[in-house]
Ligand binder design. Structure first.
Ligand SMILES: Cc1cc2nc3c(=O)[nH]c(=O)nc-3n(C[C@H](O)[C@H](O)[C@H](O)COP(=O)(O)OP(=O)(O)OC[C@H]3O[C@@H](n4cnc5c(N)ncnc54)[C@H](O)[C@@H]3O)c2cc1C
Ligand SMILES: *[C@@H]1O[C@H](CO)[C@@H](O)[C@H](O)[C@H]1NC(C)=O
Ligand SMILES: *[C@@H]1O[C@H](CO)[C@@H](O)[C@H](O)[C@H]1NC(C)=O
Ligand SMILES: *[C@@H]1O[C@H](CO)[C@@H](O)[C@H](O)[C@H]1NC(C)=O
Ligand SMILES: *[C@@H]1O[C@H](CO)[C@@H](O)[C@H](O)[C@H]1NC(C)=O
Ligand SMILES: *[C@@H]1O[C@H](CO)[C@@H](O)[C@H](O)[C@H]1NC(C)=O
Ligand SMILES: *[C@@H]1O[C@H](CO)[C@@H](O)[C@H](O)[C@H]1NC(C)=O
Ligand SMILES: *[C@@H]1O[C@H](CO)[C@@H](O)[C@H](O)[C@H]1NC(C)=O
Length: 575
């Protein structure tokens, strides 16, 4: 019932007065709607059906629709198919003002009588189906000054798929997939590759299944619903297979994109090469709207997997971390990738290079540790990546529907190569666990992958690091703005006081970093930033696209970014 709100109710939908979106006449909206084939929709908060007050006005609570929301509140598959839903829900809200429409699905009475606020949900969005829809949106934004936001799956951890009072572009419905055993990029000559092309709305689980049907493996991340062509790809794109097979940006062969001047361009190694380079690490939401991407895939292969869990105690932590740190260089040489998990404590590592017997021998120190610490270590051979993904990864999926932010840093291999470095890292890991709980680590860096030097724009720190070390911070759905700021500060302060000193010359992953990263240009792109900025200015000279800590971002101007709080007492990087 809320999806058909008439245009006249726009004033009810907006959170901030006197923004360009309010100056747009109904005729202009109607005209845009007809240009995009009737695919312009009003955006209302995900959980609105569960509320009887919306932006301070009485509305009818819809019990049936609310029941569906309640049942699917923590489902990534349901959220990915809903424009107004994010995976981490603080980005549906306006964190600074507290305007929000969240709930605890196990405690609906707690929200009785409360007002559902619009938060950061755009009042209008286009369900993109053609390049023409995107061209119309750029033209509209230029004429009306209404900012644009681009949303695919809604996983972004900086809220970059949202902007309040913007016109949203939702790419999820771009659902084509094709397999080409002898793909040659447009305008290129020479050898062909086994490749899969994905429309911009295709998720990782979809492409894994499609690849499997063609006896192929798509190298991608650990989530069913992250998109294969959006922020994941453009920001780097890690996988537990990345240590030997590279990042998403190392494997992409071609990208089709509508740039802000309205041109539909094909970027690859032979045309629009500057743009192709920038899209390989410069980030989503910055250089245009991608409509599809083509990726190198591998012939299917089997995988050895170790699943180790144990009962962590203050007494066994130093030995646990020492086992992991001491063996990490050898494991990298042997082709292992994986995750060090916080809950339950343990590791899940995968290997496509070793036999089961050799994999078991390689991981003997971990199995011995588990046996001595009330733990278990099981070794399993999976027949393919898809077999592993469906029978293992999906059982261990990250819960969504709550509020969380991350701090993280890439840990250079050199730290693992000396007694001093190893001791420092182990001491750090024990301290992090004691103060903030068990860390989450992605063993996902392309350490053994032979990348073409200079071919991608990700921070060069990816290439000589062994771990992507993370600190997750969580807070409750009903937190006050001050509590939300405190939650964001935990990750930020930890990065600045602990992780940067541990690896001062390294960098971090722009898709899974600190929302408030100090010196983010250097952390996320290293020496590549200056060239990225030139390319941004070349393809988007009027600045029609901008996002938080993206290439070309000029700072936290509160008129442009009214929902990011200013953190109190942000310490600077110690020098
Ligand atoms: C539960 C969870 C698991 C994750 N697992 C992994 C993992 O295993 N490996 C990994 O590398 N990362 C992982 N991530 C991080 C992930 O890469 C980022 O959240 C990434 O931004 C998701 O991209 P998206 O397009 O799916 O999401 P969105 O939030 O929809 O978009 C992300 C950014 O890309 C832009 N964008 C999206 N589509 C387009 C498009 N078509 N054209 C231009 N810009 C676009 C958006 O504007 C936004 O800035 C995970 C995140 C979560 C929350
Ligand atoms: C756009 O047009 C379609 C088809 O006519 C209509 O269903 C839809 O409600 C319109 N969108 C808005 C925001 O009015
Ligand atoms: C709702 O009312 C509160 C308290 O009076 C006010 O701060 C807020 O701005 C109002 N929200 C809207 C959308 O009108
Ligand atoms: C995939 O491999 C199986 C077993 O080798 C074979 O039967 C099947 O025809 C192959 N499918 C494709 C699409 O190549
Ligand atoms: C694998 O195991 C076999 C048999 O034990 C051994 O001969 C071989 O050297 C091992 N290979 C590696 C790479 O460890
Ligand atoms: C293992 O469990 C036993 C029984 O619960 C307990 O007494 C012992 O301390 C545990 N050992 C370790 C290393 O956690
Ligand atoms: C890993 O092992 C633990 C302990 O046996 C088990 O509870 C868990 O389900 C396993 N994980 C997966 C994804 O199979
Ligand atoms: C790890 O290596 C250090 C030397 O760098 C050594 O002192 C320590 O005993 C080793 N610990 C384990 C558990 O391997």
């Amino acid at each position: 019932m809320y999806s058909t709100l008439p245009l006249i109710s726009l004033a009810l939908l907006t959170t901030v007065s006197s923004t360009p979106v309010l100056d747009v006449s109904q005729d202009q909206w109607r005209s845009l709607n007809s240009t995009v084939g009737g695919r312009l929709h009003t955006g209302t908060p995900f959980a609105l059906p569960c509320f009887s007050v919306y932006n301070n006005h009485s509305v009818n609570l819809d019990e049936q629709a609310c029941g569906v929301i309640q049942a699917n509140y923590n489902s990534p598959q349901f959220r990915v198919d809903t424009f107004s839903a994010n995976m981490f829900v603080e980005f549906e809200t306006c964190m600074k003002t507290g305007s929000k429409c969240l709930l605890d699905p196990t405690d609906l009475p707690a929200i009785a009588g409360q007002s559902c606020g619009q938060g950061e949900i755009p009042p209008y969005y286009i369900e993109v189906q053609t390049a023409g829809d995107i061209q119309a949106a750029f033209k509209f934004s230029e004429q009306t000054k209404v900012p644009l936001s681009i949303k695919n799956s809604g996983h972004d951890l900086f809220g970059r798929s949202r902007r309040p009072d913007s016109l949203g572009l939702w790419t999820r419905k771009l659902q084509t997939m094709s397999y080409e055993p002898t793909f040659v990029a447009e305008g290129c000559k020479g050898s062909s590759n086994r490749a899969i092309t994905t429309g911009a709305g295709v998720t990782l689980a979809q492409v894994y299944q499609f690849a499997d049907q063609h006896n192929s493996t798509f190298v991608g991340g650990y989530s069913e619903t992250v998109g294969a062509s959006g922020g994941w790809l453009m920001g780097g794109g890690h996988s537990v297979l990345s240590p030997t097979l590279g990042l998403g940006v190392d494997r992409v062969l071609e990208i089709k994109i509508v740039t802000p001047d309205g041109q539909l361009r094909t970027a690859n190694a032979c045309q629009n090469t500057d743009l192709f380079w920038a899209l390989r690490g410069g980030g989503g939401g910055t250089f245009g709207v991608v409509t599809e991407s083509t990726h190198l895939v591998e012939k299917s292969f089997s995988l050895q997997v170790i699943n180790m869990t144990f009962v962590a105690t203050p007494a066994n932590l130093p030995e646990y971390f020492a086992v992991l740190v001491n063996n990490s260089v050898r494991w990298a040489d042997e082709g292992w990738g994986g995750h060090i998990n916080n809950a339950p404590a343990g590791i899940a590592y995968v290997n496509s290079q070793l036999s089961l017997a050799n994999a078991t021998a390689s991981m003997a120190p971990v199995a011995a540790f588990a046996a001595a610490n009330n733990g278990t270590a099981t070794f399993t051979t999976f027949s393919s990546w898809f077999d592993f993904f469906t029978n293992f990864v999906t059982k261990a999926e990250v819960p969504v529907g709550g509020s969380a932010s991350l701090g993280s840093r890439l840990m250079p291999k050199t730290l693992y190569e000396t007694d001093t470095g190893r001791a420092q890292l182990v001491a750090h890991l024990v301290k992090q666990t004691t103060e903030h709980g068990m860390p989450a680590v992605g063993v996902v860096t392309p350490i053994s992958f032979k990348a073409t030097p200079g071919a991608t724009a990700v921070t060069p720190a990816w290439r000589n690091s062994l771990w992507h070390l993370e600190l997750p911070s969580f807070w409750a759905y009903n937190s006050t703005p001050a509590q939300v700021s405190a939650g964001l500060s935990v990750a930020h302060d930890f990065v600045q006081t602990e992780l940067v000193p541990l690896a001062p010359d390294s960098g971090s992953y722009m898709n899974e970093g600190d929302v408030y990263e100090s010196n983010h240009e250097v952390s996320y792109w290293g020496s590549n930033y200056a060239r990225l900025l030139e390319i941004k200015n070349k393809y988007d000279p009027k600045g029609l696209l901008s996002c938080w800590r993206c290439v070309g971002w000029t700072g936290p101007d509160p008129t442009e970014y009214p929902c990011y709080p200013t953190l109190a007492a942000v310490p600077n990087t110690p020098t």
